[in-house]
Design a protein around this ligand. Structure first.
Ligand code: MN
Length: 503
């Protein structure tokens, strides 16, 4: 699967020719030094390529058109070194279809109080040049990220790094195929939505695949392929003697789970899919719900949503992609059951089986137990409790006239094992409190399924929602119910008017 090495972010410096050839050379030298410094900081996941200084409308438009047509380029950073009259940016900005970051920085860190003269001021005009540029981008109602800070400041670099991970995931989503094995679970509303609008707004494409195709691939899986995978399970997970005993029922069920995993991976690879959904109601002749396969494929980066939930499958893939290489992990999760306990009231997060192994707090246990839904044989699964600490739970819902992304900051606390219901789980308290967080989520129309990450912050999904141009509602320690209700009402009005103006 793709990683960040194949991407580039382009850096374009704005200036004008008013100040003569020497100024142009210096602008170029400063830009090169900034780009080199950023690349060598070790704080940025994607290489920045300096694409020169633009001094005219023609040069701006040429640079942005080139960015549009370059597959490696996943975003543009602009910075105004001198005053760059913003009418020259109009046509280029009209053309630009890559994400934009406006870096409000300055070559020199501090004012050279004793030596500053008019030549210095003619050259170093970011303070007002960036405002002129910003005015035009705002006037054109173009979303972008504005980062303010000196280019050597790790805090400014961290904000650029966030945006870089998001634009890489955005490029990934534009080339994302999601395979639905079966349809949505019948009658379920919140996991459904407009797949055409999703492709227009969010980039990804959703296809249906009959489960019989997976069954057919499964029939071609060889015993040695299954054996290799079962051996891998035995190494990676804690196993009881029964699981390891080749004559046991449990061993046989793990064997069948491995057969499903080999088949699923083969089929997804053959189709070039990055995400998939299953439906426990539509398993044809599969031996069991492919729980273990989903747990493991998620850890590899495949997006997953249960019961046909393609929006969560896509969002999981995107959040996994953004957080590649980060330490704590991410998972598909479902609000499973509530624990009322005063200040420690929390929501148990789980699913029938499909929780990603990345969030486990210890070596997971491989187990086989009956599943009282779906009417199939006993499925294998890995069982674990999850790490503690803060994270974000996110979803995208289809409100009929638009997509709304909802993000809740949550605090994960120590969970307990469930001897009578052995599956993987997480336990969290939504911010600002259990009562307000859950009420806010319900008022927003949020799903019972979420894509969860320990490593990402709301800043990532704010950047994502801005690039996609979709609504974002954040529920965190600043949320109050009256203010949230107002926000939702204002947003309704905004998106209604926006749509009316576009049509
Ligand atoms: Mn579910």
């Amino acid at each position: 699967m793709a990683n960040f090495q194949e991407f580039e972010v382009w850096f374009v410096t704005g200036a004008q020719l008013l100040y003569g050839g020497d100024a142009v050379k210096q602008v170029d030298a400063h830009s090169n030094a900034i780009v080199k410094g950023l690349n060598e900081s070790g704080n940025l996941p994607i290489k920045i390529v300096y694409k020169g200084t633009v001094n005219s409308e023609k040069e701006v438009t040429a640079a942005f058109k080139a960015a549009n047509n370059d597959n490696k380029c996943v975003g543009i950073i602009t910075w105004m070194h001198t005053f760059s009259p913003a009418k020259m940016w109009i046509h280029g900005l009209q053309e630009l279809n890559k994400p934009l970051l406006h870096f409000h920085t300055q070559f020199n860190k501090e004012i050279p109080w004793d030596t500053m003269d008019m030549d210095f001021m003619n050259l170093n005009q970011s303070a007002h040049g960036d405002r002129e540029f910003g005015h035009m981008v705002s006037r054109m109602r173009k979303n972008r990220k504005v980062v303010v800070g000196h280019w050597q400041d790790p805090k400014a670099q961290a904000k650029i790094a966030v945006w870089m991970r998001v634009v890489a995931a955005w490029a990934d989503a534009k080339d994302m195929l999601i395979i639905r094995f079966g349809d949505q679970m019948n009658n379920v509303a919140v996991t459904d939505g407009d797949k055409v609008e999703a492709e227009l707004k969010l980039g990804y494409h959703v296809d249906y695949c009959p489960i019989s195709e997976l069954v057919a691939v499964q029939a071609t899986v060889k015993d040695n392929e299954i054996k290799a995978l079962v051996d891998e399970y035995h190494k990676e997970y804690v196993c009881t003697p029964e699981i390891l005993d080749e004559k046991s029922h449990a061993y046989k069920q793990v064997w069948e789970a491995a057969r499903e995993e080999v088949a699923l991976r083969k089929l997804l690879k053959a189709k070039g899919a990055k995400a998939f959904t299953t439906n426990f109601d539509d398993l044809s002749t599969l031996d069991q719900l492919p729980g273990l396969a989903c747990q493991r494929l998620m850890a590899e980066g495949y997006g997953f949503g249960a019961e046909g939930d393609w929006k969560t499958a896509a969002l999981y893939r995107t959040m996994w992609f953004m957080s590649q290489g980060m330490p704590k992990g991410c998972s598909f999760l479902e609000d499973y059951t509530l624990n009322f306990d005063g200040d420690k009231s929390a929501i148990l997060q789980a699913h029938m089986l499909e929780v990603c192994t990345l969030i486990s707090e210890e070596k997971p246990k491989l187990e086989v137990h009956p599943l009282g839904i779906g009417g199939k044989n006993d499925p294998a699964r890995v069982v674990f409790t999850s790490k503690q600490g803060s994270g974000i739970a996110a979803t995208i819902v289809d409100l009929g006239n638009r997509f709304r992304m909802i993000v809740n900051k949550v605090d994960c606390i120590k969970s307990k094992e469930l001897p009578k219901l052995p599956f993987a789980s997480n336990l969290w308290i939504p911010q600002p409190t259990f009562e307000i967080g859950a009420a806010a989520w319900i008022l927003c129309g949020g799903t019972h399924h979420t894509s969860f990450s320990y490593d990402l912050t709301t800043e990532y999904l704010e950047d994502y929602a801005d690039i996609a141009g979709i609504e974002l509602v954040v529920i965190d320690n600043d949320t109050t119910i009256p203010s949230l209700k107002k926000e939702l009402r204002y947003n309704d009005l905004y998106y209604m008017l926006n749509r009316a103006l576009q049509s």
